[in-house]
Design a protein around this ligand. Sequence first.
Ligand SMILES: Nc1ncnc2c1ncn2[C@@H]1O[C@H](COP(=O)(O)OP(=O)(O)OP(=O)(O)O)[C@@H](O)[C@H]1O
Ligand SMILES: [Mg+2]
Length: 170
Amino acid sequence: MRMQLPDAGATEAMGGALASTQPSPAIVHLHGDLGAGKSTLARAWLRALGVTGAIRSPTYTLAEHYPLRGGAKALHLDLYRIAGAGELEFLALDDAGADLWLVEWPERGQGALPSPDLRIDLAVDGPGRLATFLPGSPSGEAWLSRMSKTVACDPLLTPTGRKGPQPTDP
Ligand SMILES: Nc1ncnc2c1ncn2[C@@H]1O[C@H](COP(=O)(O)OP(=O)(O)OP(=O)(O)O)[C@@H](O)[C@H]1O
Ligand SMILES: [Mg+2]
């Protein structure tokens, strides 16, 4: 599944749609170049799950932990600055018992991360972004089918290939 995200508001709406359809547990790998919108997506996702305080980008801390509404726990990782996957051992991530993993720059932690239920690739596309979704487990496949139904009802989100609302539409 692919989705066009014309502006940052669309990335945030997609975060909300992912939050409302996600299974638990869910492991998500967020791929994309610097500035592709990974943190924007993660922040909107965490907000939608009830995080009310500051959501800092874990660029320097590598990992940020959040309690979620309903007692679940989220882990937001940004592995851009790790020297190697071995560095992840010091973070004791498995012991954190997170129900939701949002991992930016997962390629830098290859071999030391759990495999994803969903991989999301974000790419710059003109002034906006293009999101591509790839399920990595049966749970991820079921998730994507829920997502596509949710997205079809959200005017802020237009899957590619589908015509968005036109100014001339009645
Ligand atoms: N769909 C979109 N269209 C246009 N701009 C967007 C879109 N989504 C996010 N942005 C903007 O892109 C910029 C960079 O976003 P963000 O910090 O989330 O990127 P990132 O992928 O986390 O980068 P990094 O790898 O450096 O952490 C922000 O200014 C954000 O508002
Ligand atoms: Mg980021």
